[in-house]
Design a protein around this ligand. Structure first.
Ligand code: AMP
Length: 280
């Protein structure tokens, strides 16, 4: 991959990059289109598929994460990607007694709250693999989804702090017609759980409505409790967190107003879903 990327660079070809864990859906493909728009018809758009073990905790769904490489390959080609990069674990994290893998990239501020509380080793895995992928693919531009708001913020911080010569584009969250954010993990949901999964989007709608109608900022604690109750009216839904915060610094806000951001993580049955949006 790196040899190919260096060749492209020598020819003056721009490289646009979309890192994914595969089992692609239209949300992923919208990032491919965005990358194409950024590098133009003569640029190279690279999609990577790698289910990165270092961003999963031992009790999480690494082993059963959905995979369908044949289908992903077709979808990438249809979406106009030029190159699909599918590294193996042994390429990314060499094992063996003499030289086991031992270098990590850690962002220490933006990664602490929200997902970082429930998944304390997650972002260390994300920043490490994205740094490695950037060094292999050598993109001018990389596209991430707003669906993973904190991830995009952490990557932007990593790029700024470590001077990666990469422009980060954050593209909007694609949703199903009823509002459920597209996610590879939606595949885990039974029919009844799929209906209850709408609670995340409904919570965003409720929060927006409340903030729009309020004459003054609303106490975050009370709004959080209200949304938690609303979500957990669904028999199989359990809130992991509901958090209001500043969209750039990710610092929690005590008084919620227009322009603040809401992120939530909810377990629906055994499936952990996340969503977020701006309150405006
Ligand atoms: P994943 O395969 O879940 O690691 O996601 C790969 C990239 O696709 C990440 O930048 C995600 O934020 C992005 N993504 C996932 N779901 C969506 C969606 N529904 N809309 C837009 N981007 C998404």
């Amino acid at each position: 991959m790196q040899k190919l990327a260096l060749q492209w660079k020598r020819q003056g070809t721009r490289i646009g990059f979309v890192p994914t864990m595969g089992y692609l859906h239209e949300g992923h493909l919208s990032l491919v289109h965005r990358a194409r728009k950024a590098v133009g018809a003569r640029g190279q758009v690279v999609v990577s598929i790698y289910v990165n073990p270092t961003q999963f905790a031992p009790h999480e769904d690494l082993a059963k994460y959905p995979r369908d490489l044949d289908r992903d390959r077709k979808l990438c080609a249809e979406a106009g990607a030029d190159c699909l990069f599918v590294p193996h674990d042994t390429d990314m994290y060499p094992a063996g007694q003499a030289a086991p893998y031992s270098t990590y990239v850690v962002e220490e501020r933006l990664s602490q709250g929200l997902e970082g509380v429930s998944r304390p080793t997650h972002f260390r895995g994300v920043t490490t693999i994205v740094a490695k992928l950037f060094n292999l693919v050598l993109p001018e531009v990389a596209v991430f989804g707003a669906k993973d708001w904190q991830q995009a913020a952490v990557i932007q911080k990593m790029v700024a702090d470590l001077n990666f010569p990469v422009e980060i584009i954050v593209a909007p969250t694609l949703r199903e017609p009823d509002g459920l954010a597209m996610s590879s993990r939606n595949k885990y949901l039974s029919e009844a759980e799929r209906r209850q999964a709408l609670a995340l989007h409904q919570a965003l709608a409720t929060a927006r409505e409340q903030v729009r109608q309020a004459a003054e900022p609303l106490p975050a604690g009370r709004l959080r409790q209200q949304l938690r109750r609303q979500i957990e009216k669904n028999a199989d839904a359990r809130v992991d967190y509901v958090e209001f915060f500043d969209p750039v610094t990710l610092a929690p806000v005590r008084q919620v107003k227009l322009g603040d951001h809401l992120a939530l993580a909810v377990r629906v049955g055994k499936t952990r879903l996340i969503d977020n949006g701006s309150l405006r």
